[in-house]
Ligand binder design. Structure first.
Ligand code: SAM
Ligand code: SF4
Ligand code: SF4
Length: 366
């Protein structure tokens, strides 16, 4: 019998908005902006930001409405403030939102670049139980070649303030060639501050790609893949078990991914493609997807199933409770049926089995 997707001890990944103060060159934000300009060649000038960006902060009121206390207590084990579009700590009501969840969810994390707010704010955060992942690319001012716009001195002070208040989190080094000589310094920094340390080779280099060019403020330079022996990604390998139940984020990790507009979507692997199909919804609240010819595989595997049950708003917390969304036909059986009948090529070629294989080798917390 197929397992029910909605159960207990779920992991929610929740994006608190679509604002960010950095410009990491391969972020979803930059990628979608480039695609928008490519799709709108008749614009007088290319836009600097996709029109959907820097418009929304999730509010405390929405949080109370979307995440009822009894549902959270019964079903959620971990909540992570993270997503493709935002720097969560820029949300003006971050502390109030954290406070709402604080006693409802056993584990709360946030993925942050750390270059926001001030030391007092981070000190106060250190008094809560939140576990931040400070994802950064250097401890050396001037070497922020990936985290464009980050202020390394400020990040270090913020992490120190957080640690001084008794806060515990992890520093995650996004590894490139330009920062691989800093691994020892990162280790010392984390040891001094009692923080965990992990290394994540940048996801930018797939296949044979080992470098790419970045232009920022009129300066052009090359970002290169790390060359250390220990932190190379394996070539993607298909798992021996082809059943998505054995690797899908939804069923295996019990992950529920929620966008800042309240939309629940299947997984982060199809985030970019999904966003483009429903670009009008994300940008203008118009629920009509792009026509099938735009992305036939995604349309057949995912979009058509959502449209059949009434459209994108059937997955929105602005229209339904989280319980209703997670028990709607799409999540209840339609997706899993398409795994069983072998028709869903998106899921059968899921990126999870590629990533999981390679990640466990070098991502560690000391
Ligand atoms: C889009 S970010 C949003 C959260 C936050 N703004 C940040 O960057 O940490 C989502 C996740 O992607 C990770 N990330 C961003 N660029 C990366 C890269 N080049 N390689 C690996 N992970 C990356 C971040 O560490 C974060 O955990
Ligand atoms: S800090 Fe995060 S959200 Fe902001 S540009 Fe970088 S990866 Fe994207
Ligand atoms: S692509 Fe399909 S199988 Fe893979 S994580 Fe997403 S929903 Fe699950």
């Amino acid at each position: 019998m197929r397992p029910k997707i909605l159960s207990t001890d779920h992991f929610i990944r929740f994006d608190l908005g679509n604002y960010c103060n950095l410009n990491c060159p391969t972020c979803f934000r930059q990628a979608q902006t480039e695609l928008w300009n490519r799709d709108h060649p008749y614009l007088k000038e290319p836009v600097k930001k996709h029109p959907y960006l820097d418009k929304t902060h999730v509010t405390l009121e929405q949080v109370r409405d979307w995440f009822p206390e009894d549902f959270m207590r019964k079903r959620i084990g971990t909540l992570v403030f993270n997503g493709a579009s935002s720097e969560p700590t820029l949300n003006p009501e971050f502390m109030e939102i954290l406070n709402y969840f604080h006693d409802l969810v056993p584990k709360i994390e946030v993925s942050t670049h750390g270059s926001t707010r001030n030391e007092d704010w981070w000190y106060n955060l250190g008094k809560t139980k939140i576990y931040p992942l400070f994802s950064i690319d250097t401890l050396t001012p001037g070497n922020e070649l990936y985290r464009i716009g980050a202020n390394t001195e400020k990040i270090k002070k913020n992490i120190r303030a957080f640690a001084d208040a008794g806060g515990k989190g992890a520093v995650k080094l996004i590894l490139f060639k330009h920062n691989q000589h800093e691994i020892g310094a990162f280790r010392d920094f984390c040891r001094d501050l009692g923080q965990d340390f992990s290394i994540r080779p940048s996801y930018d280099f797939s296949g044979d790609k080992t470098s790419y060019e970045v232009t920022n403020d009129g300066r052009t330079y090359t970002l290169e893949k790390n060359t250390t022996e220990d932190y190379q990604r394996n070539n993607p390998r298909r798992l021996s078990d082809p059943d998505p139940n054995s690797f899908c984020h939804l069923t295996l990790k019990k992950m529920i991914i929620i966008h800042s507009n309240g939309l629940v979507y299947p997984c982060c692997h199809i985030e970019g493609e999904f966003f483009r199909m429903y670009e009008r919804y994300f940008t203008y609240d118009n629920p009509t997807p792009k026509p099938r010819k735009y992305n036939e595989r995604l349309y057949d595997d995912i979009v058509s199933k959502i449209e059949e049950q009434g459209g994108i708003t059937t997955l929105s917390l602005k229209h339904h409770t989280l319980e209703e969304v997670m028990t709607s036909p799409f999540f209840d059986h339609v997706l899993q049926d398409s795994w069983a009948d072998g028709s869903n090529q998106t899921c059968l070629n899921c990126k999870t089995w590629q990533a999981e294989k390679s990640r466990e080798k070098f991502s560690y917390i000391s």
